[in-house]
Write a protein that binds this ligand. Structure first.
Ligand SMILES: [Zn+2]
Length: 127
């Protein structure tokens, strides 16, 4: 009987700990969601990968010329994603901008510039 009670106690304790972890996780997630809702309502755009908005998340600037840069991804996603994924998001954002009718907008030149920087910053990782 005593043994059984101990087992129940351990189970209850473990369940309590699990509940606390799940609750904390929920609070964390809903906190991020509210920050993103605030950001979107204020007109902030955000990370193309995770969707977190620039009013609170740090973005990673990728230069595409000597004077200009873009930020399709947050710092966290930029570090986390592999080179090909990062380039995919850079191209996606650059192509969006290409729809404007600026004469000085050379998509392939921009991408080449940006890709070189990405290779330099992220190269050698996991090879
Ligand atoms: Zn992100």
């Amino acid at each position: 009987m005593v043994k059984g009670t101990a087992a129940v106690r351990i189970m209850v304790t473990m369940l309590s700990i699990m509940l606390i972890i799940v609750s904390l996780r929920l609070i964390y997630v809903s906190n991020i969601q509210s920050k993103n809702i605030i950001g979107t309502s204020r007109g902030y755009s955000g990370c193309d990968n995770c969707g977190d908005t620039w009013n609170w998340k740090k973005y990673h600037i990728i230069d595409y010329s000597e004077t200009s840069g873009m930020f399709p991804l947050c710092e966290e996603c930029y570090q986390k994603l592999d080179i090909e994924k990062v380039k995919h998001y850079v191209r996606k954002l650059a192509e969006k901008g290409n729809k404007s009718d600026r004469d000085d907008y050379n998509l392939e030149e921009m991408l080449e510039y940006a890709y070189k920087i990405i290779d330099k910053e992220k190269g050698g990782e996991g090879e």
